[in-house]
Design a protein around this ligand. Structure first.
Ligand code: GCW
Length: 688
């Protein structure tokens, strides 16, 4: 009887859910109860706040809700005080953030009690790697929403509508900055015609509290300014940057500042002129300083030699601690190498004491299956933010080292490389939206758990809207929770570990196919390529063993971490197994904590990853009655591809490494279904 009843609910629900193309993201709630909003102030931001309340209110019908600006020492920056009857904040933007929080709580059923919410970081920024011709570096969701090429600089109504929707989505999760162009920056972005478009974008983003920033090319003074040099200590160059800043702030008075990738992967930088990163950053920072602008200077640099890549940023920047002006922040990727499925945190976090450092996370899944694989990144970022650096003793987590809790910093910030493009659903994969959402939520509150973020996102994104509920009185909340929320959340929370398992478990890293960074390529090592761009440099597999020796006997990268981490990582017996082959080169028959040989353990991890993806397929198929047809089928198809890819990863890595281990794949593990030779020939780039 119970079974039939549940079945009936399933069928009914499946028949009545409205088709959704994903464009509304987590902001789907419409047609709600009337509310009486009391707000004496007037500004474009407050207009939005009021409109959002009218549009999304799900509290008591005809209730009165008060938005009030009030100076309160407990409220910091754009924070707010939330209560069941109203919101108080120091700024209009604080009130808007409070409104989004309230509406989210109404929709997700979280309690609305009296509480103060303050942001963890002053600047919560999305970095768009958008090129001026409209392509996006590492973008998997179509072309740029900001740029369409030189011949399309005129701003259309369509552009503006999209920018407004984008700004609303950002503001609803607390993001307050957007870098509009790729860090591999074209000097052209600083020419007047492009700046005019930046101005137009800034005007749409402004009421939502989003500041615009630009990535700039270090050689701009000579390339577009006609100067003989871009030497940062040359007086004319300094003058050029000052004048450029003046021009920009005239157009965009609240312009946020510049992001710079210098002396990295072919980009020009101060070292071309025999100057340091500090010389370069300070010249540009001085230019924006009078207007309150900042410079985010990236630490993603390479040294001239191929000494352990994981050590290079630290070696370059540590000697410069204290040499940067106070409106410079060093932007550091979460791991020491490059946005891998798993890395220990970069030792630059918790290292410098006189220079603020900001984390750079990658929302776009360059190394995590792009817009094909379902990989929820919040667990990775939570692991990173909660890592203890021991900078000032125990409890000096990355979060605390960067949000100003440990040292007083003039500025605090966090950046995420955006996964947004012109695709109808913005992110390519419906579940990739969860990564945009998670970045914003963690930037606002770096203590949030992945569980809570997933919980919110699934409810906001998939729960039948009040309109659907009213018309069809379909799924009972408890049934929805058990049959949809719980399993889908579990799948999301497991998905990052699954990707690590089928791509590079036990501390392996950077064994991707070249260029597209999608499939496996542990074999790729052509002559003449920088060694630290090739997978064998990272896995170091030979007949004796596998892994990168970063201990005191090897590259000594462990020395860049504070004690007790240094010793913990250095000793194979205490090194966490998730980082085993990151720090150690070990024999194939080394016994892991599981009691297995390293080789067998590796095999089981790859199998586990594949099995996990298969279980995600089942979870999703079972969730079918609760999802509209459109989104259901997109995800189902993508999971199939992910499963095929996981199989390829497993076969490629095991068959390749088996050439060195010369050990059998444990017999209770499924046999490979591909031949290594074919895999090497048919690089996954072409098969995708
Ligand atoms: O991960 C690498 C990417 C490059 C990127 C670079 C960087 C923008 O493969 O595409 O360039 O990092 O972060 O600068």
């Amino acid at each position: 009887m119970k079974v039939t009843f549940t079945l009936l609910i399933f069928l009914f629900a499946a028949l009545t859910l409205n088709a959704e193309n994903g464009h509304d993201l987590w902001l789907r709630a419409k047609h709600t109860a009337p509310v009486n909003v009391v707000c004496s102030g007037k500004s474009p931001t407050l207009e939005i706040a009021k409109q959002e309340l009218h549009q999304g209110w799900q509290g008591k019908a005809n209730a009165t809700f008060v938005l009030k600006k009030k100076h309160d020492k407990l409220i910091k920056g754009d924070g707010y005080r939330l209560s069941p009857d109203g919101i108080e904040a120091n700024t209009d933007l604080g009130l808007l953030y409070g409104v989004y929080d309230l509406l989210r709580r109404q929709q997700t059923g979280e309690p609305i009690t009296e509480q103060v919410e303050n942001p963890s970081y002053e600047r919560r920024i999305l970095d768009h790697w958008d090129n001026l011709d409209g392509t996006i570096e590492r973008g998997y969701a179509g072309r740029s929403i900001f740029w369409h090429g030189k011949d399309s600089l005129a701003v259309t109504e369509k552009d503006k509508k999209l920018w407004q929707e984008y700004a609303r989505a950002d503001a609803s999760i607390g993001i307050n900055g957007a870098v509009l162009d790729n860090v591999n920056a074209s000097p052209l972005v600083l020419t007047t015609e492009y700046l005019k478009r930046v101005q137009a974008i800034a005007e749409v983003l402004r009421p939502y509290g989003i500041k615009t920033y630009l990535s700039v090319n270090f050689a701009s003074p000579s390339v577009i300014g006609g100067l003989k040099t871009s030497d940062p200590l040359d007086p004319q160059v300094k003058e050029w940057w000052k004048n450029k800043a003046k021009e920009i702030y005239k157009l965009i008075p609240d312009f946020g500042g510049f992001l710079v990738k210098a002396n990295s992967e072919g980009q020009p930088g101060p070292q071309n002129f025999g100057r340091t990163h500090a010389d370069g950053a300070n010249t540009i920072a001085d230019a924006v300083k009078p207007y309150g602008g900042i410079v985010m200077w990236r630490a993603f640099v390479y040294s001239a030699n191929d000494e352990d890549r994981a050590k290079q940023a630290y070696n370059e920047f540590m000697p410069l601690d204290g040499k940067f002006h106070d409106n410079v922040i060093i932007q550091v990727k979460n791991g020491p190498v490059d946005f891998q499925p798993r890395e220990p945190f970069s030792p630059l976090f918790g290292a410098m004491k006189k220079t603020p450092v900001m984390p750079e996370l990658q929302v776009t899944q360059e190394y995590l299956g792009q817009a094909v694989h379902l990989v929820f990144l919040a667990p990775m970022w939570e692991e990173f933010l909660k890592s203890d650096t021991y900078q000032e003793g125990k409890g000096s987590t990355v979060a605390r080292c960067t949000d100003g809790s440990i040292f007083q910093q003039t500025h605090t910030a966090i950046a995420g490389v955006a996964n947004v493009g012109l695709d109808t659903n913005w992110c390519g994969h419906p579940f990739a939206q969860a990564n945009w959402y998670a970045f914003g939520r963690l930037a606002w509150n770096n203590q949030l758990s992945s569980d809570q973020i997933a919980d919110e996102w699934v409810k906001l994104t998939f729960k039948p809207t009040p309109a659907e509920d009213r018309t069809h009185s379909t799924v009972l909340p408890i049934v929805w929770n058990i049959n949809f929320l719980k399993p889908v959340k579990r799948m999301m929370l497991e998905s990052r570990e699954a990707a690590v398992n089928y791509m590079m478990p036990l501390g392996l890293h950077h064994i991707f196919a070249p260029e597209n960074h999608y499939g496996p390529g542990p074999w790729w090592a052509p002559k003449g390529v920088r060694k630290d761009w090739t997978p064998p440099y990272y896995h170091q597999a030979d007949t004796l063993g596998i892994g990168f020796d970063r201990t005191e006997n090897g590259s000594n990268a462990v020395s860049q971490y504070h004690e007790p981490l240094r010793s913990l990582f250095n000793d194979v017996n205490t090194c966490p197994e998730i980082y085993l082959l990151w720090f150690h080169h070990l024999p194939w028959n080394y016994q892991t904590q599981s009691g297995l040989t390293l080789w067998d353990d590796l095999c089981y991890h790859y199998q586990e990853g594949l099995d996990q993806v298969r279980s995600f397929q089942k979870t999703w198929d079972k969730a079918k009655p609760y999802v509209d047809k459109e989104r259901f089928s997109v995800v189902q198809k993508k999971l199939r591809k992910q499963c095929i890819n996981a199989q390829v990863w497993k076969d490629a890595c095991l068959l390749y490494f088996q050439q060195f281990s010369r050990m059998p794949i444990p017999y209770n593990i499924e046999r490979p279904v591909h031949n290594l030779k074919d895999l090497i020939e048919n690089d996954m780039k072409r098969k995708r």
